[in-house]
Structure formats: C-alpha cells, structure tokens
Design a protein around this ligand. Structure first.
Ligand SMILES: *Cc1c(COP(=O)(O)O)cnc(C)c1O
Length: 363
C-alpha cells in the first residue's frame, strides 16, 4: 500500500515506558518511573474527587463549549474567551499550529534539541525543520537562521523552559527576539514547564496576556499534564489573538476533551496548596541531583523544570538506562536526540533515593 510519502521521514514518538509492563517483563515488585515528567505527588485530591463525582456523566458527550474550564482559565490569565482554545493535551495545539501555518513548501525553526512533537507534526505535512547548532536556545543563532530562511520559515517554536534539556531564557530577551520577527511568522512559546521556571526565577515568568497583547503573532501553550498532575487526563490549551484562535477552531474535532478531563482540570486549578507543595518539593529534591552530579563530575544544565538532564563522557546513556530499567527504575535515554545523556524526572524523596541507590551501583 502507498502512504503519504512525507511520513517516511518520521521517527515515531518514543514515550516513557509503562510501569506495569516493565514490572511484568523483569519480574519486579516495585517499578519507579522517572521518565515522563509527571507530578510524582500524583493528582490533587480535589481533582480526584471531581473525577469520581462526575463518573455518572461518562455516557454523555462533554459540553463542547468547555465553558467551565474556559472561564477558569480566562480568569487565571485575565484574557478573553476568544483568546483561548483547549486541546487534548497541548500536543493537540501544537498540531493546530503546524497545520494552520505549514505545508511542504514551508519550514519551522527550533533550537538544536527540543520537544520531539514539533518535528513530527511538521514532517506529516512535508514541512522542513531548521535547527540551530546550539542544542539549547541561543537567540542569536535562532535569529541568524531565521534571517537566512525568512521566506520559508512560518513558525518558530521556543520551548521555555526546554524539554528535554531544562534551560530557560529571560522573558526580556524573548521579547527582544519577538520584536525582530515578521508578523506573518507565528511564534509558539511552549510553556509546559513555565510554572516551574517562574517559581525558580521570576525573570523567566511568561505572562500569556502580556505576550499576546504585545505580539499578535505569538501563541502561548500550557498543559495540565506536568505540574497539575493530570497527564492521564489529556488537557492542554493555547492562548493567542482572536484571529489565530478562530483559525485553530477550524482544525478542531468536536468533543476533543472528555468531560471528566474538563472537570478534573477545573478542580486542579483550584488546589493552590497542592501546586505550591509540588513546586517546593521539586526544587529541594533537585538539589540532591545537582550535588550528586557535581560530586561525580557528571555534566548537567541547571534546570528550570521538573527534570534534570545528565550528560556523560565515557559511560553510555543507553547502557545506563537499560541497567536501571532491569532494576525497576525508568528514566529517559536521550540517544534518539543524538545525545549521550539521560533525562530524569525529579521524583518524591523516596523515589529519588531509590534512583541514587541503583544508579550508584552501576555508575
Ligand atoms: C509534556 C509536554 C507537552 C504536552 O503535553 P500534553 O500532555 O500533550 O499537554 C508539550 N510541550 C512540552 C515541552 C512538554 O514537555
């Protein structure tokens, strides 16, 4: 059978391994997953209650206007309803961006190593990708490439902070960059971890309202999958000008977010204590990873997220990940990004101590 020839160039997304499957495969009693940047403290009780209390709605299609969640987000960000679209994860909004702007004659721009889904969606349309030599965000290099291929580049993805490397930029520098970009080029700021960055350093805090008021070609992406502990419920959103959002609506399938997901997201937003505790624990636990790296001369980039990336010289990242896996610790090998590195999601104190116990044995 013949398929869309553009698809041949796509490497299928590699997701974090499932805990139950690993437990079965290696006959393990306990498996710890530090691979997908989920909230290690689980889901807020309020959100769990919302899911349980609304189980009786499962036979009904959701409210397709998503009015309750939209209202909550409109309030949180002080924006208008027309500036907001909700997706089945922010992945879906990435898909809308790409489909709204790219085709086989166009290109998008990103830093050397960033979130894999940008490239996958772009390649579905045969669009080209330009990446900087720098693996992390280097605005000078990004601008140079943009200048050189201005006629082709219709989307720029800035992942702030960046997955899978963890670095972030100051908002002031991001704005300076945006000043120089044509208004016909859409700039997506993927804020999947922006709450973590804002907590660590207020200079990195991106305010979506300010962003879209200043730049009509900007889109902010947010998700409930990481800090908000709802990875399994698939809720994300995009914030942009009315013109951009109304175009995204043309790409949306009806009922793209389940009613239980919508209820859970509204409740998760209201649980400020859970969010605060997650942020505090994340960065206090991250210190242990930094200290370990320094003690053992492992290179890492200071992280503004809920994960840390270790780079190796002699040891092989695939080897280390495989050995850990057999001992019930799932981390993310970054070999597929061309790096001899691993990304480790910061877990609970117990999970992290189990990681170091096993990692110390093999390192
Ligand atoms: C996790 C993640 C997303 C999207 O997650 P969803 O679960 O689809 O909302 C988007 N961008 C980055 C950088 C991520 O790490």
């Amino acid at each position: 059978m013949k398929f869309n020839p553009f698809l041949e160039a796509i490497k299928t997304y590699e997701s974090g391994k499932d805990m139950d499957l690993i437990a079965k495969e290696f006959g393990l009693k306990e498996v710890i997953k530090l691979a997908s940047n989920e909230n290690p403290y689980g889901t807020s009780l309020k959100a769990k209650d919302a899911i349980a209390n609304n189980a009786h709605l499962a036979h009904l299609y959701p409210d397709d206007t998503m009015s309750e969640l939209k209202q909550a987000l409109v309030q949180k960000y002080d924006i208008l309803n027309e500036n907001l679209i909700i997706g089945s994860g922010s992945d879906q909004i990435i898909e809308y961006i790409v489909h709204a702007k790219l085709d086989h004659s166009k290109a998008y721009l990103q830093c050397g190593v960033s979130f894999a889904m940008y490239e996958i969606y772009a390649k579905q349309l045969g669009a080209k990708v330009y990446k900087t030599l720098s693996i992390t965000h280097d605005l000078n290099q990004l601008y140079e490439l943009y200048q050189k291929h201005k006629n082709e580049i219709k989307v720029i993805f800035l992942c702030l902070p960046n997955n899978p490397l963890g670095e972030c930029l100051d908002v002031k520098d991001v704005y300076d960059f945006l000043e120089k970009i044509d208004e016909d080029c859409l700039v997506a700021i993927d804020g999947a971890y922006n709450e973590f960055a804002s907590f660590k350093d207020s200079k990195k805090h991106i305010n979506p309202k300010e962003l879209i008021d200043k730049y009509a070609n900007a889109v902010y992406l947010g998700t409930f999958s990481k800090l908000y502990g709802l990875g399994g419920m698939r809720v994300g959103y995009g914030i942009a000008s009315k013109e951009i959002i109304s175009t995204f609506y043309k790409l949306r399938a009806p009922f793209n977010v389940t009613n239980l997901s919508l209820k859970a997201a509204v409740a998760a937003l209201s649980d400020k204590d859970f969010i605060q505790r997650t942020l505090e624990n994340n960065f206090s636990q991250m210190k242990i990873y930094e200290e370990f790296a320094e003690k053992h001369q492992i290179k890492y980039i200071p992280s503004y997220t809920n994960f840390i990336t270790y780079f190796f010289d002699e040891k092989n990242s695939a080897d280390l990940s495989e050995k850990l896996l057999k001992n019930g610790i799932i981390i993310r090998n970054l070999q597929s990004y061309g790096l001899n590195a691993v990304r480790i999601s910061i877990g609970t104190a117990y999970e992290n101590s189990r990681f170091f116990e096993e990692f110390s044995k093999i390192f």
